[in-house]
Each structure stands twice: as C-alpha cells, then as structure tokens.
Design a protein around this ligand. Structure first.
Ligand code: NAP
Length: 468
C-alpha cells in the first residue's frame, strides 16, 4: 500500500522494547536527516533498558555505564517513552497500525533453551534466565525460589551468562552488597551454603563461549578457586583450527595456566569441566539429587566444526541444584510472524517476512536478538539497528507502507491509553523512579535499591512520599 504525499508528513514510528537494540533503533531514526521522524518507544515494564537493567550482572557496573548513552537518546527531539504498556495486552498491533507508519520489534529473546534431558523438570532444576532475573530484581522473577542450602550446584553451558551465574554464586556477599543487586537476593546469597559450583562445557576450552575477561574474573574471585583438570585442557587435533583464533587461544592458554594451581586454598570451588554433557538429572522425592554427565570426545562435523561425541563413560555429580545456561530463546508476539525453530522473528535484513509465504510484511521491522537470535554483546546492536533503520528510511521514501494510518496525531496514543485505563510511564516518570532507587541505595550504602514489583514502582510514582 502506498501512502500519498508522505514526504509532507512526519514518519511516526513505534519501537517495541527499550533494551539496547530498541534504543539504538530510536537513535538511528532520530539522528538521520532524510525524513522527519517521531519515535515512541514502548516497554511492557515501567522501567527502560531491557537486559542492561535486568540481565547485566550487578557486579558489572561498568557495562551498565551505557545507560548514560540511552539517557541522551531519550532527550532527542521527537522521542517519547511509554513504559508499562504491553503489546498484546494493553495495546494490540491493530491499535499501533492506526497510529504509526512503521513498527519496530525490539523485544529480545525473553525465554531460554532447554537441555532436553530426563529429570529436567525436577524441583531445583532452573534456567539461568530465572536466576539472573531474580538477582537483578526483574518483576517477572521476583517470586522465584532457589534452595541455596545445598552444598553443590551444576551450571550447564559455558557462555558469559554461565560465568555471571557462577560468579554471583561464588562471590563474596559483602562485595555484592555494594552493588544494585536485589535486596532479597543478597539476603539469600548471604545465607547460601553453596561451596562447589560445577561449570560444564560440552566441548573443549578452544570452543568455550565465554570471553577471556569473564573466565579470568572467575579465576580472580576472593573467596573461590577456579579448579581445572590439566587432562581436560590438553589441545587435541580437532581443536587446532579453533585455537588459531586469538580469543580462543587466550581462553585455552588461561585455563592451561590455571590447571597448574591445583585445588587452591579458598573456601569455595568453581570446578570448570570440559567435554562433559548433561544426560540426566537424578531426583529424589522430585528434587534434584545429582546430575549424570557423559564424557565427550571432539570430532569434526561435515563442515570441519568441532562437535561433541559421547564416549559412553558416565559420571555422577552430587548436586542439589542445576542451572541450565544453554542460551536464550525468543517468544512469539501475538499477530507477529515467528520462526519457532530458530526462536526469532523471520526477516530479511530487518524487514519482517511472513512465516509461510516469506513475503515482506511492509511497515514491520525487527532489530536485536529478536532479529538475529541471542548472541552478541550490547555493542553489537549499534551497527545492526543502524542498518535496519537505513532500510526503513529507504522504504518510507519509496512509499512502501503496509497500511493507512488513521490517527497519526501524537496525542492519539495518549488518548487511547487513557481510554484503556492504562498508567503509562513517561521518561520523566522513570527518572523519578530512578532517583528513588538511587536514594534508597544511598541509604543502604549500595549503588541502587531496585523496585522489583511493578505495583511498588507505580505506587511510588503516584504517592508523593514514595514507598520505602
Ligand atoms: P552462549 O554464549 O550461546 O553460550 C551457550 C553455552 O551453552 C555454550 O557453551 C554452548 O555450548 C552451551 N550449550 C548449548 N546447548 C547445550 C546443551 N544441550 N548441553 C550443554 N551445553 C549446551 O549463550 P549465553 O551465555 O546465554 O549468552 C548469550 C549472549 O549474551 C552471548 O553473546 C554472550 O556473550 C552475551 N553475554 C555477555 C555478557 C558479558 O559480556 N559480560 C554477559 C552475559 C551474556 P556449545 O558452544 O557447544 O554450543
């Protein structure tokens, strides 16, 4: 559908999701000079920043420094934030189409992959996603319970999320106390009796998904030793090609060096194991009692990539908790195409395509993990969102729109939300929540005391005294 005389109008864009990819798309739209644009950035939570707030570990405050960039984007003319507005609940796609010329899905990958082994649903078997959300005060995970009275824990997968989970479990609670960790999580971690954390990679050290800086951080913890078995870090033939990559080489060299330290003397141990796949969670009375693992060897697949092959040699680790950290996974949005195999929104260079016909859905775009799948660092989103926005501007200039916009006036969305009795949170509102959290943190000698319930956030906004 072509909209006549669009060039005389302002391009109104709704961006759904205010994590790194959403903010970067908003910035690219507002900074380009070819078409006048207004951006409304929506989030289902009252708080912005997605995984930067709810995913980045509390002891990684430097990474959260990127928020200063997002705050500047929020000041750009033409930008508005609508927090506490959930697509599919508060508002439907059709309501957006009545008000915006283009929609950008920047919804990330909110769920997680499963290991697919027997016993995975036992009590005490959790996703890393839930644990991360819990210690970060994410309202979705606030009520999760983790039995930290157990002595041994297994973390399956050796990506950077697994590093975060292991570090938070092994870290000195006094260090965490100064961060923005959720208060209830700190309390639980202070009482934790976890002494041993098995960190399980199904392939070798040359194929580890963690970054060199992240594994070194585990090796530098004040109260835990990183223990590596020298036999598991010897370089095999299949790994030579991966070892040639400088980052992989750093990872291998580091763990080979660590293996020389042996058991160490600290009270907690992070036991990093390679070529070990989980095969079964053994439970007693429905609770995790052990994890059975199989030793692997590495073989080359048809593309020459190192893959794990079971040897039939098994071992049982006596653990009371299992965290699977084997990758995030996108979840479908009502009315938006979804590739359930890949767990993302099907697209051609960010232009959403229909699941069956593969035809471009004009006017609908996708950025970030919802587009590419759950890999890459926060910084990866910049170039990615910029390239999708280029396509959006090309389409707008060519008049390639998907629908007629009945109510392009900026106040129309506000009127709609009022009629829906919704309580949208503006960026100015968020800054009030932000100030209250910082103040709460100052009182407790920590960086920030997060609100972890939506009702508390809204209550604090609407009562002059806030909540304590
Ligand atoms: P990831 O990097 O994809 O790592 C997933 C890990 O799970 C890999 O070790 C993978 O092994 C393993 N795995 C997958 N399926 C498995 C199975 N069935 N059994 C056993 N192991 C399995 O995912 P992530 O850790 O969730 O991280 C997601 C993204 O966020 C990454 O790009 C990461 O760098 C980023 N991130 C960065 C930071 C940071 O910079 N501090 C922090 C957190 C997250 P294979 O390699 O054998 O598949």
């Amino acid at each position: 559908m072509v909209q006549e005389n669009f060039s005389q109008n302002i391009l109104r864009v709704a961006v759904i999701g205010s994590g790194p990819s959403g903010f970067k798309a908003a910035e690219a739209l507002l900074m380009q000079t070819e078409v006048p644009v207004q951006v409304d950035l929506f989030d289902r939570l009252p708080t912005p920043y997605g995984l930067v707030r709810g995913g980045v570990a509390p002891d990684h405050q430097k990474i959260k420094g990127v928020i200063a960039v997002y705050e500047k984007i929020a000041q750009l003319p033409g930008f508005r934030f609508f927090g506490n507005v959930k697509l599919g609940e508060t508002i439907q796609i059709e309501d957006l189409k009545a008000r915006y010329h283009q929609i950008v899905y920047a919804v990330g990958a909110e769920s997680d992959r499963k290991m697919g082994i027997p016993g995975e649903d036992s009590m005490g078997s959790h996703s890393a996603t839930a644990f991360v959300g819990w210690y970060n005060g994410h309202p979705d995970f606030r009520e999760e319970k983790f039995d930290l009275s157990v002595e041994s824990v297994a973390v399956v997968g050796i990506g950077n999320v697994a590093m975060d989970v292991s570090r938070i479990l092994a870290e000195d609670a006094d260090i965490l106390a100064k961060t923005d960790i959720a208060d209830y999580a700190l309390e639980a971690l202070r009482k934790s009796r976890v002494k041993t954390i098995y960190l399980l990679g199904r392939r070798g050290p040359s194929q580890a998904a963690y970054s060199p800086a992240e594994i070194k951080e585990i090796g530098s913890l004040s109260v835990a030793d990183l223990v590596v078995d020298s036999r598991e870090v010897e370089l095999d033939e299949v790994s030579r090609a991966d070892y040639a990559d400088p980052e992989n080489k750093k990872n291998v060299d580091y763990v080979q060096e660590r293996a020389k330290f042996g058991e160490g003397t600290k009270s907690k141990k992070v036991r990093l194991r390679f070529c070990a796949s989980p095969v079964e969670i053994i439970s007693e009375n429905g609770r995790v009692a052990a994890l059975k693992i199989e030793k692997n060897v590495l073989v080359s697949d048809e593309n020459g990539k190192a893959k794990a092959k079971g040897t039939g040699q098994f071992e049982t680790l006596p653990v009371g908790l299992v965290f699977r950290s084997v990758g995030y996974r996108g979840i479908p949005l009502m009315g938006v195409p979804f590739d359930s195999r890949a767990g993302k929104i099907p697209n051609e260079e960010g232009r959403v395509v229909a699941s069956d016909s593969k035809k471009v859905c004009a006017g609908e775009y996708v950025v970030g993990w919802a587009k590419r799948g759950p890999s890459g660092l926060i910084g990866t989103n910049r170039a990615d969102s910029v390239s999708v926005v280029k396509n959006m501007i090309v389409d707008a200039k060519a008049g390639k729109f998907g629908w007629d916009v009945a109510h392009p006036e900026p106040h129309s969305i506000e009127d709609f939300l009022k009629r829906a009795h919704s309580r949208p949170v503006s960026f100015a509102d968020w800054k009030k929540i932000d100030q209250m959290e910082l103040e709460g943190g100052r009182r407790k000698g920590k960086i920030r005391e997060k609100f972890s319930r939506v009702a508390d956030m809204l209550g604090a906004l609407d009562s002059p005294a806030g909540v304590s």
